[in-house]
Design a protein around this ligand. Structure first.
Ligand SMILES: C[C@H](O)[C@@H](O)[C@@H](O)[C@H](O)C(=O)O
Ligand SMILES: [Mg+2]
Length: 434
């Protein structure tokens, strides 16, 4: 039963110095400190349950998102959780249409990341309290701007059709888990030795799908891709990620050089806003057997709609913290199904794996009913800071067992990494001064 009035919302700036080891580095983000704006909401229900929400950021960006969360807080404070989820579509729209804050969005950038953090906390709390049926889920989706491709009735039909075989898929997930790929071997800032060592370890652990960062220097890419392809052999899957580094013609040219390493996809070849550019690249890469993947920096459902309409992507990468929480991710998952495009979520960062596993396992059980060309990203960092970290077995995500959205961090980790007063940052700053 849904219960409680929200009496407190706190948000903290939590940063991990991952840039020190080159972890997470790519052609555009050369020194990422994986960070989160971490939101906790508490109610007066007296049941000891709190809702935890995060959004993923990189270092300094976190302080800006924290400000935006505080600016949104009044929408949530003093509200009954029952009223919020009872009209979640309306509440979502209220938050994303705030008459003053929408000017610095709308539904994109800092304000939308903050919306994700707040709503992820609401979903966590609601999920801890009770389960959901298809009609309830649909009532959370704001269909505004997407009814030309997906209406509420279309979405209902999709969910109804997927009732067939649902039980079997649920059991399959419980036994085998959801297939994953690893990005942890080949960050751009890693030396060849580190790459080799990480790749050997991943192979030993049973990984069969690998992603490599490319895009800064062609000769460098050729060498690194050869190295990794030689190590994994011709049968295993390789993906490449350019993190928006190229112009459109440059992307096609560069990928025709990297085609010999047989990548399944090139991710973010150009600006995430360039829908038609993605379509041009997709078309040009068909003869090379390379698909285009994108989504980790897609602002919202409208951009995803157009990417789908324009045949601009072959793999759709939802992000649990960039889109407006579960509400908006549901609409994108359903649109992808309608267009027959596989969803392969973006994960990694801080907590993205923890959150997105819920969405992708839901996609398989209740929407797509297929694993063809589908897999979820995995990165092996920072899981130890979560109370319910992901479980990976044989390169697959095993379904989470605890109720909620797996968003809760360990208090000790938050305290240590809070910026700038946490012990980790105090030590780093002191070392820097000496
Ligand atoms: C800065 C980050 O690590 C990105 O490089 C990362 O999210 C990446 O694009 C990915 O696909 O995992
Ligand atoms: Mg990427």
């Amino acid at each position: 039963m849904v219960r409680g009035r929200i009496i407190r919302l706190s948000v903290r700036d939590v940063r991990f110095p991952t840039s020190l080891g080159g972890h997470g580095s790519d052609a555009m983000h050369t020194d990422p400190d994986y960070s989160a704006a971490y939101v906790v909401i508490e109610t007066d229900a007296g049941d000891g349950l709190a809702g935890c929400g995060i959004t993923f950021t990189l270092g300094k960006g976190t302080e800006v998102v924290v400000c935006a969360v505080n600016a949104l807080a009044h929408h949530v404070l003093h509200k009954d959780l029952r009223d919020i989820v009872g009209d979640f579509r309306g509440f979502y729209r209220q938050l994303t249409s705030d008459g003053q804050l929408r000017w610095i969005g709308p539904k994109k950038g800092v304000v939308h990341l903050a919306t994700a953090a707040v709503l992820n906390a609401v979903w966590d709390l609601w999920a801890k309290q009770e389960g959901k049926d298809p009609r309830t889920l649909l009532s959370c989706i704001d269909f505004r701007y997407i009814t030309d491709v997906l209406t509420e009735e279309d979405a209902y039909d999709i969910l109804q059709q997927a009732q067939v075989g649902k039980k079997e898929r649920e059991e399959q997930m419980l036994t085998h888990g959801y297939p994953a790929y690893t990005t942890s071997c080949a960050w751009l800032g890693y030396s060849d030795d580190t790459l080799k060592q990480r790749c050997a370890e991943a192979l030993k652990d049973g990984w069969t799908r690998f992603k490599v960062k490319v895009g800064a220097d062609l000769q460098d890419d050729m060498r690194r891709c050869r190295l990794i392809r030689d190590m994994i052999g011709p049968e295993k899957t390789l993906m490449m990620d350019a993190n928006q580094r190229w112009d459109v013609p440059e992307a096609v040219e560069w990928m025709s050089k990297l085609a010999e390493f047989k990548p399944l996809w090139i991710e973010e070849p150009t600006s995430p806003d360039d829908i038609l550019g993605h379509a041009t690249i997709s078309k040009a890469l068909v003869p090379l057997g390379i698909g285009v993947a994108t989504g980790e920096q897609c602002h919202n459902r409208v951009i995803f709609k157009q990417l789908l309409q324009a045949n601009a992507l072959q793999f759709l990468q939802i992000d649990s913290c960039r889109l407006g929480s579960v509400n908006e991710n549901l609409s994108v998952i359903l649109m992808a199904k309608k267009f027959g495009i596989p969803v392969c979520p973006h994960a990694g960062g801080v907590g993205l794996c923890e959150l997105v596993q819920h969405l992708i396992i839901f996609d398989y059980i209740a929407v797509s009913a297929s694993l063809k060309n589908r897999m979820c990203e995995y990165v092996d960092h920072l899981h130890e800071h979560f109370k319910y970290p992901v479980t990976i077995k044989q390169a697959s995500y095993m379904p989470p067992k605890a109720a909620g959205y797996s968003t809760e961090m360990k208090e000790e980790s938050v305290k240590k990494h809070q910026y700038p007063e946490g012990e980790v940052w105090k030590r780093l700053h002191a070392a820097h001064e000496n």
